[in-house]
Write a protein that binds this ligand. Structure first.
Ligand code: 4AD
Ligand code: MG
Length: 431
């Protein structure tokens, strides 16, 4: 007899199999017991008929508690009434681990309660579906960059650099030196691009942002490609192909999971159609002012502004050439204007805001040196980064996609915390 996973039940109809499961719910009458089972691959029903099993087994089944773990043995049958389409007619039960007063029930729980129990909440159907989509998107990243000639370069997590500004750094000690947790691997990816042409990173980054919004995590995972001999225009083309690719893989392979999370896969299809529209920051400001929003040229967009802008388009929209004062020091200055950078953010539709930030990078040694000083950074910490402009500097561009921001949008979630196994939020380090 074969031990299988629930997901493979359709291949074993009318066969006798064994499955390791947890009990999510049960219902019984004098003659029949229905056990709702999961094994992490799928959910389905186990049925025990009193006249088909011995008395003891039936009594055990009737008294099982939520989240006990079991071996169940029986025959797989089609079950047209259930969503999954199959069930197991249980003949034998073997208790593995007992469970008592499992805290997460079928009733509504508050979000703080659920987050306090995230280690258990992960077992529920929505978090499971989310983690499957997350995994698929991560694999799609490796596929996409692999197919486009990129090499994965892992940047350090402990660093002396602050690419994204000094206000939200996590400070730590590195023996007798000061160190920070990485905000972004970008500067290291630039070194990688000068060595390997096209590189990318995927890893956790840290921002000690005191913001408590539905879009901010303290620890999140970023994908950061960096391309040598590439100007911004070509980078934008790569970015839209990349986003469309990730979405297509989710549509192809995760339609069941999307439905569990309340996202109709059909509604994602338009976002795979290229190109995405492009507007300038100047145009964006004009649109916002015309709509009566209180914003002046030079100010950064908040969530209402990003949402308004994105709502004017049916696809993600690139906003180009932001003012220098609101972007980091490493970006390339505009060829004919001295007040903006050659950069772009990609804003997601449906109110999800910025999912990608990217730019062409400054290639001139002296200009970059000045920008580092103007940003209040210590030149000696960036000497290695300046070196990249000293020995065969070339045009290069890159971008960063926030994995959780992307997933929040794709899976139509209200809050970015749903998309990461153990969210790090302001005031939350547990579990
Ligand atoms: O715009 P950011 O700060 O850009 C960078 O870090 C660049 N070094 C990227 C690059 O060019 N290599 O962050 C990039 C993306 C944002 O567009 C957003 O999707 C996400 O990272 N992000 C966050 N996600 C969750 N929580 C936060 N606190 C985030 N901050 C940024
Ligand atoms: Mg940004």
């Amino acid at each position: 007899m074969q031990t299988i996973n629930i997901i493979d039940a359709p291949k074993h109809v009318n066969e006798r199999v064994r499955i390791g499961v947890w009990l999510t719910d049960k219902r019984s009458s004098g003659k029949i017991a229905f056990l709702q089972l999961r094994d992490g691959t799928a959910f389905f029903q186990g049925v025990l008929l009193k006249n088909k099993v011995d008395e003891e087994t039936f009594e055990i089944a009737r008294h099982l508690r939520q989240e006990v773990s079991l071996w169940v043995t029986g025959e797989i049958h089609e079950d047209t009434r259930s969503k999954f389409g199959y069930e197991i007619q249980i003949e034998e039960l073997e208790l593995i681990g007992d469970s008592d007063e499992y805290p997460i029930g079928n009733k509504e729980h508050g979000i703080d309660f659920l987050l306090d129990h995230r280690h258990l909440w992960l077992r529920s159907s929505k978090p499971q579906a989310m983690m499957r989509i997350r995994d698929r998107v991560i694999r799609a990243n490796y596929e996409f960059f692999g197919e486009h000639g990129f090499t994965k370069i892992d940047p350090p997590i402990l660093t002396g650099n602050a690419p994204e500004g000094t206000t939200d750094l996590f400070h730590t000690e590195y023996f007798d030196q000061d160190a920070y947790l990485s905000q972004s691997g970008q500067l290291y990816e630039e070194a990688g691009a000068m060595a390997l042409n096209r590189v990318y990173s995927f890893g956790p980054v840290f921002r000690a942002e005191k913001s408590k919004t539905r879009r901010h995590l303290i620890e999140f995972w970023m994908i950061e490609p960096e391309m040598a001999f590439m100007h911004q225009e070509e980078s934008l083309e790569l970015q839209e192909q990349y986003v469309a690719y990730l979405i297509q893989k989710v549509i192809d392979d995760c339609s069941r999971e999307l439905e569990v999370l309340g996202r109709d896969p059909e509604t994602l299809k338009p976002f795979t159609q290229l190109p995405y529209p492009r507007i300038s920051y100047d145009e964006a400001i004009e649109m916002l002012q015309k709509a009566g929003m209180d914003i002046k040229w030079g100010e950064d967009f908040g969530s209402p502004e990003e949402t308004y802008l994105a709502d004017q388009f049916s696809k993600p929209v690139f906003v180009l050439n932001y003012p220098k004062a609101i972007k980091p020091f490493y970006m390339k200055g505009h060829p004919t204007r001295d007040d903006v950078y050659v950069c772009a953010d990609l804003l997601a539709p449906e109110g999800y805001g910025e999912i990608i930030g990217g730019s062409e990078r400054e290639t001139d040694y002296e200009t970059l040196r000045q920008a580092i000083a103007d940003a209040g950074l210590d030149e000696k910490d960036y000497q290695w980064y300046l070196d990249l402009r000293k020995y065969g500097s070339v045009p290069h561009s890159g971008y960063g996609l926030g994995l959780e921001r992307f997933l929040t949008w794709i899976a139509l979630q209200d809050h970015v915390r749903e998309t990461i196994p153990f969210p790090r939020l302001l005031n939350r380090l547990y579990p």
